[in-house]
Design a binder for this molecule. Structure first.
Ligand code: ADP
Ligand code: MG
Length: 359
């Protein structure tokens, strides 16, 4: 028996597919020239007032419904205060004590095994700007640049309970979450552009031990492969450290894809370091149950339900139905092709979509 048990909880930042920012009318489009899409509200020049984007709230509600969570009838935006060059306003607006989405769960599949991962919460917040250290052009060689275009972009931060027990489970969770967000149309899922990024909190404990071990948080993993590699490295490092008689300090670490290693970025800050307080410029977010009901009525059939229906209606294997429901477009394409070819040819359609078409 393996003497060590791995424990992982994941925090995901999903960029919401709104056209404008969470508290201002400036556009969120990716790839514009630096500093052309941040207005006075996004950088909090004196005297401005943020106005909440209703579309971002609707995205959060859609997500909450998709994971069977509670939609809070009242939630609060707070200021999280910290200094960073890409955050000239000196604070980030984020929900803290009262998030808009509470609880919920996500089913994942690892090989033949299904597992339900509990979610803690999902809250709305704004993104910060970006520091650029490379490729700034000849005039800026050796310097760092600040691009504030991303400042104020709406994010949904989704926090899981520490229910994951391996890198493989963590990747299955991230993939399922990524697919669900795209399926319900709230996030484009573009990982190169940073629309979906994960922080993995990792600890180990002796098999049979009740308390959780001390965790280290690996920041900003923007590919499933990096998530896997970073956790694999971190787990063996923590076990080796403990077996050598060392102890794990709570810390925030970065994964370096070139070396395949994690290294400490800073010792972990506590919530009180940020001096959270309710943003005096924003009213509490009050959500009318009728609005939630209207959004619920427009929700698509969700991936798990669709998968089960494909199995029941067309006699597909669980594996095939899983592949066909990995994205809404694929599921629709499959059912459209069955509508043409006839139900008797469903298996042939499935093979064609998963083989020729996918290829
Ligand atoms: P923060 O990172 O902002 O301090 P939390 O303390 O709520 O927030 O934890 C964030 C994430 O860390 C959650 O996904 C949670 O499941 C996970 N987590 C908490 N404790 C542990 C632990 N001992 N080992 C692994 N993951 C953990
Ligand atoms: Mg964290």
């Amino acid at each position: 028996m393996n003497p060590w048990e791995v424990v992982i909880g994941i925090e995901t930042h999903a960029q919401l597919s709104t056209r404008s920012k969470i508290f201002s009318g400036s556009p969120t489009a990716f790839g514009a020239p630096p500093n052309t899409q941040a207005n006075a509200v996004d950088i909090a020049l004196p005297g401005v007032l943020p106005v909440l984007n209703k579309g971002a709230v609707e995205c959060a509600i859609r997500f909450g419904l998709a994971v069977s969570a509670t939609i809070a009838s009242r939630s609060v935006f707070a200021r999280k205060n910290y200094f960073y060059p890409d955050l000239p306003k000196g604070y980030q607006i984020s929900q803290y004590e009262s998030p808009v989405v509470v609880g919920g769960q996500l089913a994942i599949t690892i090989g033949e095994t299904e597992k339900v991962v509990r979610l803690t919460r999902a809250h709305l917040e704004e993104d910060a700007g970006k520091s650029l250290h490379e490729d700034l052009g000849r005039d800026f060689a050796g310097m760092s640049g600040i691009d504030l275009n991303r400042a104020g972009t709406p994010l949904l931060e989704i926090v899981s309970e520490p229910d994951l027990r391996s890198a493989a489970e963590a990747v299955a969770y991230a993939r399922a979450l990524h697919a669900l967000l795209r399926w319900i149309g709230v996030c484009d899922g573009n990982m190169q552009e940073g629309s979906f990024r994960c922080d993995a909190n990792v600890s180990v404990r002796r098999a049979g031990q009740a308390e959780l071990g001390t965790r280290r948080e690996i920041k900003n993993l923007n590919s499933f492969r990096f998530l896997q590699q970073a956790i694999d490295y971190e787990v063996q490092w923590q076990i080796a450290t403990l077996e050598d008689g060392g102890r794990i300090e709570q810390a925030t670490v970065l994964f370096d894809p070139a070396s395949g290693e994690t290294r400490t970025m800073r010792s972990k800050e506590d919530a009180h370091d940020y001096r959270y307080f309710p943003d005096p410029d924003l009213l509490p977010l009050v959500i009318d149950p009728e609005w939630v009901a209207a959004i619920r009525a427009r929700m698509p059939e969700l991936p798990v339900a669709r998968r089960d229906r494909l199995i029941a209606d067309y006699g597909l294997s669980a594996y095939d139905a899983g592949v066909l429901t990995s994205a809404l477009e694929i599921a629709n394409y499959f059912e459209d092709s069955v509508a043409v070819a006839g139900k008797a040819n469903a298996k042939t359609c499935a093979n064609w979509v998963m083989g020729e078409l996918a290829g």
